[in-house]
Design a protein around this ligand. Structure first.
Ligand code: FAD
Ligand code: DHB
Length: 397
């Protein structure tokens, strides 16, 4: 078995692992990235699409934002739609910031291209099977081409998503898990049709939530609330378009054109936090440590925020051998994570229809939406959280 030696062993080439590898490289810190899927798989995996301004600034500031600046769609606000009417939340006017719609897989492509461009190690179809000795001399075992390999490193970054091996490697007694399941899911589609709106539309309707988003002037991304155990085969294309049209209809005749559906998938909804986010020299980042329901568009952004904090800690460690920032890693991240959890849970409950919801709850839903869209204070709260709360530590980029 060949043993590779590096400073940071990174498991997972999603947004967390790739951004971390990139920022560390710029600071002169070596890493090896292991990804169990193929490059093609991770570059075509359809997931999130909303980048907070802080995320955009990190990507541009670290030199991987060229295509993002060219192709990303900058949005100055979003629409909330209910009771047959749309109401605009103007982020730029309320909080002076905006968001950018740029698909997660495009961020992933840009980061992989950068890494390959400067010839740093990234192994695809290389599955980490074990993380060991993370209290002293961490090692990562992995399988590639049917053979076993090992990485010896100073630190392990568990960027391996919700179903990875890093979180389960921490003894259960050392982790506190906070979890909530929602009684609904999102059926998401990607369709070759021009977006019916320039801005995202979050809709609350008696039949359930619907969301209109986009990927480009020719491609729409849309979601409808469905049952969590739903089989995607029970949703033929016509049914999806009809449900979207019913939920998104307005009194002034909103028109939603359909087009070929390119991709379809169901995403369960959960809130999840594992505390603390570290054990010895093993750190958890992104979905490996926390999941938010997608309504607040925070998943990818939180992953990048964790990377920002860990990069700072590692830079401090390698420059001055100080461990303070590394020791505070989880605590620092969790302040932001819990606020994003709060916001995502609030948006989710405000915009979804719960099973067996009675007239009273429906009235409360409408009143809350009316309040949020008519009170400047309440709109500002939504805007401030949606564009991303300020970071409470200075960044390197
Ligand atoms: P991931 O992107 O999950 O990356 C983890 C990587 O680790 C993967 O590439 C995986 O293959 C790899 N890996 C796992 N185990 C191993 C191993 N043993 N060895 C090597 N590699 C391993 N957020 C939103 O805001 N809006 C959305 O619409 C939205 N939709 C989503 C749909 C789905 C199906 C999922 C799963 C998530 C969605 N999210 C969405 C959340 C958002 O995409 C995530 O928060 C984001 O991907 C987190 O990035 P990450 O790098 O932490 O994890
Ligand atoms: C998208 C996803 C989200 O979860 C969200 O809240 C807004 C937009 C998207 O995929 O475009």
């Amino acid at each position: 078995m060949v043993t590779l030696r590096t400073q940071v062993g990174i498991i997972g080439a999603g947004p967390a692992g790739l951004t971390l590898a990139h920022l560390l490289h710029l600071q002169g810190i070596e890493s090896v990235v292991l990804e169990r899927q193929s490059r093609e798989h991770v570059e075509t995996r359809v997931r999130a699409g909303v980048l907070e301004q802080g995320t955009v600034e990190i990507l541009i500031g670290s030199g991987v934002g060229e295509r993002l600046q060219r192709e990303g769609l900058q949005h100055r606000g979003v629409q909330l739609r209910f009771d047959g009417k749309s109401h605009r939340i103007d982020f730029q006017e309320l909080v002076g910031r905006s968001i950018t719609v740029y698909a997660q897989q495009e961020v992933v492509k840009d980061l992989i291209a950068a890494r390959i461009g400067y010839h740093e190690p990234i192994f695809f179809e290389a599955e980490a099977t074990q993380v060991a000795d993370f209290d002293a001399q961490p090692r990562v075992r992995y399988q590639q081409d049917g053979a076993s390999h090992e990485i010896a490193c100073d630190f392990i970054a568990g960027c391996d998503g919700f179903h990875g091996i890093c979180r389960p490697a921490i003894p259960a007694a050392a982790l506190k898990i906070h979890e909530r399941h929602y009684p609904f899911a999102w059926l998401g589609i990607l369709a070759r049709v021009a977006p019916a709106s320039e801005e995202l539309i979050y809709t609350y309707h008696e039949r359930g939530f619907a969301l209109l988003s986009m990927r480009s002037p020719e491609v729409s991304r849309l979601y409808v609330q469905c049952d969590p155990g739903e089989d995607v085969n029970h949703w033929p294309d016509d049914r999806i378009w009809e449900e979207l049209r019913t939920r998104m209809a307005t009194r002034d005749g909103f028109v939603l054109k359909d087009g070929p559906i390119l991709q379809k998938g169901i995403t369960p909804m959960r809130s999840f936090v594992a505390e603390p986010m570290q054990a010895g020299r093993l750190f958890l980042l992104g979905d490996a440590a926390h999941i938010v329901p997608p309504t607040g568009a925070k998943g990818l952004n939180l992953a990048v925020a964790d990377v920002r904090v860990l990069t700072r800690g590692l830079v401090e460690f390698y420059k001055s051998k100080k461990r303070d920032a590394l020791q505070q890693y989880g605590e620092r991240c969790l302040r932001r994570i819990w606020k994003a959890q709060r916001f995502s849970a609030w948006m989710t409950s405000m915009l979804h229809r719960f099973p067996n919801e009675d007239d009273f709850s429906h009235g409360i839903h409408l009143a809350e939406l009316d309040y949020v869209t008519s009170s400047r204070a309440a709109s500002t709260t939504l805007a401030e959280n949606y564009v991303g709360l300020p970071f409470d530590t200075p960044g390197l980029f």
